[in-house]
Design a protein around this ligand. Sequence first.
Ligand SMILES: NC(=O)c1ccc[n+]([C@@H]2O[C@H](COP(=O)([O-])OP(=O)(O)OC[C@H]3O[C@@H](n4cnc5c(N)ncnc54)[C@H](O)[C@@H]3O)[C@@H](O)[C@H]2O)c1
Ligand SMILES: [Zn+2]
Length: 675
Amino acid sequence: MSIQEKINQLRKELRQHNYNYYVLDTPTISDYDFDMLLKELQELEEKHPEFYDANSPTLRVGGEVTKNFNTVEHRYRMYSLDNSYSKEDLLDWEKRIHKLLDTDDVQYTCELKYDGASINITYENGQLVRAVTRGDGFQGDEVTTNIKTIKSVPLQLQGNYPKSFDIRGEIMLPLEGFQKMNEERVANGEDPYMNPRNTASGSLKLHDSAETAKRPLECYLYSIVTNDFSPIGGDAEGRGGIETQMQVLEKAREFGFKVPKHSRLVGSIDEILEYVAYWDVERSNLPYEIDGVVIKVNSLAQQEELGYTAKAPRWAMAYKFKAERVSTVLESISYQVGRTGAITPVANLQPVLLAGTTVKRASLHNADQIAKLDVRIGDTVYVEKGGEIIPKIVAVATEKREEGSQSTQYITHCPECNSELVRKEGEAQHYCVNDLECPPQIVGRIQHYISRKALDIEGLGGETVALLHKEGLITTYADLYDLKVEQIVPLERMAEKSAQNLVDGVEASKQVPFEKVLFGLGIRFVGATVAKKLAKHYKNIDTLMVATQEDLENVEEIGVKIAESVRAFFDEERNVAIINKLRSVGIQFEIEEKELASNVLEGKTFLFTGKLTQFTRDGAKQMVEDNGGKTISGVSSKLNYLVVGEKAGSKLKKAEALGTVIILSETEFLSLINE
Ligand SMILES: NC(=O)c1ccc[n+]([C@@H]2O[C@H](COP(=O)([O-])OP(=O)(O)OC[C@H]3O[C@@H](n4cnc5c(N)ncnc54)[C@H](O)[C@@H]3O)[C@@H](O)[C@H]2O)c1
Ligand SMILES: [Zn+2]
C-alpha cells in the first residue's frame, strides 16, 4: 500500500469511528485504540505534507450536527483537546509554550477530565437562553429543553454575572444513577446500556424532554467564554478583574453552577504528574467517570496570546489515563440461569488485577457475543472495565491461540434441570422454559419477591430462601406465609431469634403497598416503574387480572411486549392460585387512595394554557397539588412549567420569550407526575 493509500485508509477508518461514537453513541473500538490510530495518521501527515487535507480527522473536531434538532452556529467556536499519554509529551508541550510566550513564568490549572458529552450554554441577563451541543465545533444541535430538565443547571443565575456569556461543561451520568437505570432495564428484560458516557450523550438527543428528565443527568462546568467579563452594572471593562482560569471556576460557582472542587493550581510538569498519578488511582472513588485530567495555562492573557490550532487550544492539554485493559486466560465458561429462565454465559478467568481489584469473571452476554468474539476456552483474552458492574471481554488475542483449538459450542440444555433450551425469534438470550421444576428459577422468583424494591422482607436473605427450598419448605413465594418458627429453628445457621425475625418479617410484608407487591410477583418485563404505572391505572389486582391485551396496550408506556407478558402471567392457572393464596393471608392487592400523592413537584410552579384534552383545568390543578406543586396565574420569572393544550396563544409566546420556563405537553406533564 502506498503512503497516500495508507493515509486515506486511516482517514476513512477514523471518520467511521467518529460517526459511531458521536452520532450513534456506540463506539466499536476503545478510546485508546482510537487515539493511537489518530496519532499514526498525524505522524504520517507531518512527514508527508503533500497529502494535506483540511477535512482530515486530525484537523477537525470529530462530531457532527444531526438533522433532528435546530442547527445553531456557535458564537465562539468549540474546540477539542490535544492528547498526551506520557511525561515526554507534556515536556514537549511546555517547551512549545515557553517558546511562544517567550517566558518560563507559566502556571497551570489541573482539572478532571469529565467523561460525558460537551455542551455550550448561553446566558443573557442571568437567564438561560440556549443550550447547544458541540457538533462539528462551528455549529451544533440546539437541545435547550433537554438541558433545562437537568436540576443542577440554573435557569436563573445569582451573584454578579456578566450581561452575556457562554459557559461550557460536560453532561454526565453519575455511576449510581447509571447502574440504577441498568438494573431497571435488566429487571424489565431489556439489554443494559453500554457505558455512562454514551448514555449521557444519547439522553441529550432524545426528542421527548420528559424522557430526558427521568435520567439522573448532571452538568459540570469548566469554562466561561465572553468578550466582556464585567458584571452587569459594573464599570470595569474587558476581563472585569478576572485574570485566570482559577478565578473563572470560582466565578462560575458563585453564579450557581456546579463546578467540582478538585482543580489545583500548579507551577511545574512534576506537579502535574503528581496530580495525574493521584487521580489515576483516586478516580475509582469518584461518583462519576473521568478519562484523564485537563491541564490549562492559568493566565487568560497568556491563553489569548497562545491561541488555537485548527482543532484545539494551544494553551490546554489532556492527559489521558491508559485504558483499563488487561490480558488473561479464559479457563472455562459457565452458564447461569436467572429467575426468568434466561441463560447468561460467564467467563471464568485466570485471576488478574484490573483497576485495583482482582477479576476472576467477566460477562459474555449471550451466544451471539461469543460467536462474534469467537472466544474459545484456553484463549488469551483482553478484559476491560467500564461503568459496568462486571468487566467484559473485549477481544481475543488470536495470534496466541494454540493450534487445534475448538470453537465454543453454546449449550443446548439447561445446566440446572437439563431441559432443552429455547431461543425465541428476535431475542438474544436462550431460555430454560421449565420454570416449574428448574431450581434456580424457583428460588430466583422467591428471592425477587423478598427483595428490597418488592416485598422487602427483613430477616430473610437470598441464601436462606435457597435453603428453605432445598429443605422442601417452600416452592412458591406464597408458601412463605405458612412458615412456622419450629420448622425453621432446626435448619443450618438458624436459631430461635433468627427464626422469629424471619416469621415477623414475613408477617410485616402484609402491609407493603400494592405496587410493590405487583413488582414482587415477578412478571417478565414488569419492573418497578411499570408496576407502579399498572397499579395506578388499574387500582387493584382484580381489574388488572381481567384486562385484555388491547386494554393493557392502551395504558401509557405499556407496549405490546409488556402487555403480552402480563396477559400470559394471569392466564396461567397456577399463578391465579398463588394470588388467591396471597389474598387469603391478607396481602395488599389494591392501592390506597392517599398513596396517589407524591412530592415530585415540590417547590415547582405550574400554569395551564390552551384547550386541554387529557384532563380538565380543575383536575390538572388537583394533580399538581396532590404531588406537592403549586399552580400560579400568570407567566413570570416565578413560573417553572407551562403546560400547553391545543391552540395555546399569548401565554406560550411570553413563556418562550422568557426562556426560563419549561414547556410541557399534556402527555409530558402526566409522565412528570407519574415518574
Ligand atoms: N472509541 C471511538 O470510536 C472514538 C471515536 C471518536 C472519539 N473517541 C474519543 O474521543 C476523543 C476525542 O473526543 P474530543 O474531541 O471530544 O476530545 P476529548 O474528549 O479528548 O477532549 C475534549 C473534550 O473534553 C471535555 N472536557 C471534560 N472535562 C474538561 C475540562 N475540565 N476542561 C475542558 N474540557 C473538558 C470537553 O467536552 C471537550 O470537548 C478521542 O481522543 C477518543 O478518546 C473515541
Ligand atoms: Zn432449567
